[in-house]
Design a protein around this ligand. Structure first.
Ligand SMILES: *Cc1c(COP(=O)(O)O)cnc(C)c1O
Length: 452
């Protein structure tokens, strides 16, 4: 293990870290390579990695590895370090809480910071009605609990999820997740009473929001029956599935149908939440008020924390002792969340996400003007993606996507891919990144595309 001391050459993380792209070795360099070799021996093969590095510091818009390579961060650890890595307020709050107490179990002896986080979530999530919150450790755990609550509230069992949806890797959330490889293959049997219907994917289905909603609702009514249905769960903008933005009118039609039929509408905002999309929650962009919202990723700047927030009468339907977990709402994670929420609200991060979205979209549109392999550019705020296609046929081009991502990685840009067809590059930069690094990251991508 590496500890930072006075004589260490390892830089401190956070916003004071030098904001440059600097590749001083091949990736991985020798120090990272040695650690990755130990990883291969010690860590289960199923836990993969996309960047061939071992990280020692991160902050602002860069991640620094053991060999001194400084990489442009266009991933935020998958939309987690939105306020910036090692944010000074978060680091201070974590250190102070760790010195105070590290755990009591909220179900045994409660503490104020959990209540503070619950109040903040009740206030910040869309919907001008009485709300309550319960805290957990991961996005998947939040989704599992939202389904538990919806089933208890309705006395019904069936749950509807959507094509291209991603909700996690636990048993119930694997069932909700659409994509087999790598998330589900070989891991069944999956939880029963989960049904999948098509959503809205304007670039590929060509349907209006109303048409796509009608298609989904007809399938639900004919194949499941509203009387059997506890909940409909959807990501307002689908994340792992390819940053798919539904056509206008789709989500509100589904919400209205749920309301008419006593079905709990759950927005999975684990990836889209907390300023990521240029709104505090993506539901606001579509003008919807979900009954329940699941949150995680951006909520606590990397500390494990997740929440289910929603209508008080639904949240309260689970009996005392029916919800919880040993670590859920851990005090250090809550301290980090309160510091992160302070930054989201007071450091202009919603506006910053909008600026990042405008910059990325403008740059990518300019590239697409001369390159028809960029089939679609979509997203909101600091959640933007490009779908790569064969210029002749429009078929998904996963090989091109992988080649471009690999070239970016080799040149020191952290790039993530996604999409059911593996043909989407997604941009999820920390909101603390500067315009110069964003532009440089896109320059590297453009050069990689020209060579590919
Ligand atoms: C990442 C993600 C999850 C799962 O969160 P974990 O913390 O990895 O369990 C669930 N839903 C969505 C939309 C996600 O992006």
């Amino acid at each position: 293990m590496t500890l930072i001391d006075e004589t260490s050459t390892i830089p401190a993380g956070g916003p004071t870290l030098e904001q440059v792209r600097r590749v001083v070795t091949e990736l991985p360099g020798p120090k990272s390579a040695a650690i990755l070799a130990r990883k291969a021996d010690a860590v289960a093969a199923g836990v993969a990695h996309s960047m061939p590095v071992s990280v020692v510091a991160a902050g602002g818009g860069v991640v620094v590895d053991a060999d001194g390579n400084s990489l442009i961060d266009l991933g935020s650890g998958i939309a987690v370090t939105s306020v910036g890595n090692a944010h000074p307020k978060v680091a201070a709050a974590v250190a102070a809480q760790a010195a105070q107490f590290t755990h009591t179990c909220f179900m045994v002896s409660p503490y104020e910071s959990y209540v503070d986080v619950a109040e903040a979530l009740n206030r910040l999530t869309p919907g001008d009605f009485a709300k309550k919150t319960a805290l957990f450790n991961s996005g998947a755990e939040a989704v599992e609990n939202a389904i538990k609550i919806a089933r208890k509230h309705t006395g019904r069992q069936a749950v509807v999820a959507f094509d291209h949806g991603y909700h996690g890797r636990t048993n119930l959330t694997m069932a909700l997740t659409a994509k087999s490889m790598p998330y589900k293959a070989g891991f069944g049997p999956f939880a029963p009473e989960v049904y999948r219907v098509p959503g809205s994917y304007p670039y590929r289905d060509g349907l209006t929001g109303a048409e796509a909603a009608k298609r989904a609702i007809t399938l639900i009514e004919k194949q499941i029956g509203a009387d059997s249905l506890a909940a409909v769960i959807i990501e307002p903008i689908q994340g792992e599935g390819g940053f798919i933005v539904p056509a206008d009118g789709f989500l509100d039609a589904v919400v209205a149908w749920c309301r008419d039929n006593g079905v709990v509408f759950i927005a999975d905002e684990v990836q889209t939440g907390f300023a990521r999309t240029g709104a505090m929650f993506a539901s606001e962009i579509f003008g919807i008020e979900p009954d329940l919202i699941t949150t995680a990723k951006g909520i606590a700047a990397g500390l494990p924390l997740a929440g289910v927030t929603g209508r008080a009468e639904i949240m309260d339907s689970a009996h005392a002792g029916g919800l919880g977990g040993t670590y859920g709402g851990n005090p250090i994670a809550c301290a980090a969340a309160l510091a992160a929420i302070d930054a989201f609200e007071n450091d202009g991060l919603v506006e910053r996400a909008q600026q990042i979205g405008a910059l990325l979209t403008e740059r990518l549109d300019a590239i697409r003007a001369n390159d028809p392999r960029l089939g679609d550019i979509r997203g909101h705020g600091a959640m933007i993606a490009v779908e790569f296609v064969d210029a002749e046929t429009g078929a998904p081009d996963a090989a091109l996507t992988a080649a471009v991502a690999k070239a970016c990685v080799a040149e020191g840009v952290i790039i993530l891919t996604c999409g059911t067809f593996g043909n989407v590059i997604r941009f999820l930069p920390p909101l603390s990144i500067g315009d110069d690094l964003l532009n440089e990251g896109i320059d590297v991508l453009a050069a990689a595309l020209e060579r590919a």
